[in-house]
Design a binder for this molecule. Structure first.
Ligand SMILES: [Zn+2]
Length: 267
């Protein structure tokens, strides 16, 4: 090697293995180099944008519950389909839980704006197939994501069929809750059996305790200043019957369905 030439960088021994990228494993968009990103866009790679929240999930689950679920699904789907994962958005609109300790809620306009900007930027970079998967499924939160995607689609509607983007917006709970009635109580909800089981399967180290069962019935239509008063434990459902095995079953079902959406976008 001549003087002045750079030696290729070797991974530092101090970097934990999990943070190192294996050969051919380019799942996370922002681990690509400039050239690799350009190449991935040319190859028409689908991009998943995981969206989460910082939100109370009872005394037994972590505040990142809604973030780690879609991120786990995205990694599994990317391994199956070869799609890319955008850096996640980990803040959401949490109207019904915002007065509980730990919930850090952003407004509708903020989520709408950042989602729209991120989608437009991926499109400007040549990525025209994007799937937004949100672990938080609140109505205003999902409406902000859908409106952002809708406006982006309208912005590009006059482009030729080759350049016109396709965007899908879903929550992994669109699929997880399909299992209610069959395997789980119809009344299961926030931080209940399904959600607790999923986190037990993804990050058991973050599950703090068994959790207590609670089946409150918050008013369906009335808009309240303190919705938390109608479910003071922050839980709707029965985390006591949650298990890792149930969580894996639900996660596999969600992964299968999200992978189908990615394959549809690859057509
Ligand atoms: Zn949740």
């Amino acid at each position: 090697m001549k003087t002045g030439e750079h030696e290729p960088m070797k991974p530092s021994k101090n970097v934990p293995n999990k943070l190192q990228r294996k050969k051919d494993e380019c799942l996370w968009f922002d681990t690509l180099s400039m050239k690799e990103a350009e190449e991935a866009a040319k190859r028409g790679k689908v991009v998943i944008l995981p969206v989460g929240s910082v939100e109370e999930h009872g005394e037994h689950l972590p505040l990142c519950t809604d973030s780690i679920q879609p991120e786990y699904v995205a990694v599994e789907v990317a391994e199956k389909t070869g799609c890319l994962i955008a850096p996640p958005l980990r803040y959401g609109v949490c109207n019904s839980t915002r007065n509980f300790p730990g919930t850090i809620s952003i407004g509708f306009d903020a989520l709408h704006r950042i989602t729209k900007d991120v989608l437009e930027e991926f499109i400007r970079n040549g990525f025209r197939r994007i799937l937004v998967v949100s672990g938080h499924a609140g109505q205003s939160h999902m409406a902000a994501l859908r409106l952002a995607a809708q406006e982006v689609i309208w912005n590009h509607e006059k482009e030729g069929p080759e350049n016109r983007p396709r965007i899908m917006v879903c929550s992994d709970y669109d699929f997880a809750y399909e299992l209610k009635g069959k395997y789980f109580s119809e009344k299961d909800g926030h931080a209940g059996t399904i959600e607790t089981s999923r986190v037990m399967a993804i990050r058991p180290d973050l599950v703090k305790m068994k959790g207590k069962s609670s089946f409150p019935e918050p008013p369906r239509f009335e808009i309240l200043a303190h919705p938390e008063d109608s479910f003071p434990s922050g839980v709707i459902g029965d985390p006591m019957v949650a298990s890792r095995e149930k969580g894996q079953l639900i996660n596999d079902y969600v992964i299968e369905n999200v992978a189908k959406l990615v394959k549809d976008l690859m057509l």
